[in-house]
Design a protein around this ligand. Structure first.
Ligand SMILES: *[C@@H]1O[C@H](CO)[C@@H](O)[C@H](O)[C@H]1NC(C)=O
Ligand SMILES: *[C@@H]1O[C@H](CO)[C@@H](O)[C@H](O)[C@H]1NC(C)=O
Ligand SMILES: *[C@@H]1O[C@H](CO)[C@@H](O)[C@H](O)[C@H]1NC(C)=O
Ligand SMILES: *[C@@H]1O[C@H](CO)[C@@H](O)[C@H](O)[C@H]1NC(C)=O
Ligand SMILES: *[C@@H]1O[C@H](CO)[C@@H](O)[C@H](O)[C@H]1NC(C)=O
Length: 327
């Protein structure tokens, strides 16, 4: 009799302690308000409700970013300091020098804009890592097959970064791949998840300098599939004025659990929510929005989550509107 009640006590005690440990463990994983330095405390006070206007000043001061001298602003009237050099990416492999590059002839086409049934020039940029040649091959065999691209108004490029540790085998393979398909652009950014923001900025820079007459620029990751039947129905309804088309992100709360994929500390993003933004997997930028967006990246401190940075912070600064894909 005694034995049994002792057992019961012990077992409920174990449960109690386990629950307690679990509770404190979970609480520990959730980031509370950090201890602030004097400077940050000052900034937290003056952050304001609006993360869009507050982010730039807050982050410039938090990181001690200095204006870059001798870089000309793309936005002439901008009074903001240029803090990011986004005009000097290097492209070791560049489709621009290949015969298959169609963008060169697109300026003449854009004078047709008034006519009824005409196809908007479409630059599709597939964001891909240097070592993802199998994924690229799959795309070339499916939605981006030569038969689909056999028109003068669609250009597909694969934007790859630099392999980690300057891997020579991958570099050689990339050169061969490009010799065969003539559809690669390589930029001098190491392929890591946190560098995806930089890669999208490079996409804007490359488009601005190499394919300025594209009326629409579709950015997709290399694990997306484009359904042409759907897409060609959407295309005529897309307005080429300063917009980004895509899927809005439903929950804008910043992730504060350290185990979450997009965990961001309160120090980096002190506001509870992000501004409206679109899902990064696939979105379409109207040609007219490319240069204003690139100009915004000159003055907006980088944020490692690509879609929040580009379609949230920079789009807002550049007055580029977010649109849901037309039906
Ligand atoms: C950001 O800083 C600039 C210059 O220091 C100032 O003119 C501007 O009002 C600040 N903006 C906000 C939203 O605090
Ligand atoms: C637009 O593209 C479609 C599909 O390639 C083609 O059938 C059509 O003739 C093109 N229209 C014009 C005006 O070029
Ligand atoms: C990209 O990411 C790597 C590792 O996180 C980093 O060392 C590198 O400086 C980043 N930037 C570029 C331009 O490659
Ligand atoms: C595109 O948007 C502009 C400005 O919002 C508007 O004036 C124009 O009529 C629109 N065009 C189409 C085809 O919807
Ligand atoms: C965006 O619009 C606001 C208000 O209309 C204007 O003051 C600002 O100059 C515009 N910014 C750009 C980059 O066009």
């Amino acid at each position: 009799m005694l034995k049994r009640s002792v057992k019961k006590w012990v077992s409920s005690g174990v449960w109690f302690i386990t629950t307690l440990i679990l509770f404190f463990f979970l609480v520990g994983r959730f980031e509370r308000q950090p201890k602030l330095t004097h400077l940050e405390a000052k900034h937290f006070e003056s952050l304001g409700k609006n993360s869009l206007t507050g982010y730039t000043n807050y982050t410039i001061e938090r990181l001690g970013l200095r204006p870059i001298p001798f870089v000309s602003p793309l936005e002439q009237n901008s009074k903001e300091h240029i803090i990011n050099d986004v005009l000097s990416f290097v492209y070791p492999i560049d489709i621009n020098s290949n015969g298959k590059f169609k963008c060169r002839d697109w300026k003449a086409r854009s004078s047709n804009t008034g006519t009824e049934d005409y196809n908007k020039t479409l630059l599709i940029v597939v964001i891909s890592a240097a070592e993802h040649s199998a994924k690229r091959d799959l795309i070339r065999r499916t939605w981006a097959s030569p038969s689909v691209l056999n028109v003068d108004w669609i250009q597909v490029i694969f934007l790859v970064g630099s392999p980690r540790d300057e891997d020579k085998v991958i570099t050689e393979r990339l050169k061969k791949e490009n010799a065969e398909h003539e559809d690669l652009v390589q930029v001098n950014i190491v392929d890591t998840y946190a560098n995806l923001t930089l890669k999208s900025v490079a996409l804007l820079h490359w488009t601005h300098s190499h394919c300025p007459d594209a009326e629409l620029v579709l950015k997709c990751d290399d694990d997306n599939y484009i359904n042409w039947n759907v897409f060609t129905k959407i295309l005529p309804n897309i307005n080429v004025t300063r917009s980004i088309y895509g899927t809005p992100v439903p929950t804008l709360f910043a992730e504060r659990w350290k185990s979450q994929k997009h965990y961001v500390s309160r120090r980096v993003w002190p506001w509870p929510r992000y501004p409206n933004y679109l899902m990064g997997g696939c979105y379409a930028i109207s040609g007219q929005a490319v240069t204003p967006l690139l100009a915004a990246t000159q003055t907006t401190p980088f944020f490692w989550i690509e879609d929040i940075y580009l379609t949230g912070l920079c789009a807002s600064k550049a007055n580029v509107s977010l649109q849901t894909q037309p039906k």
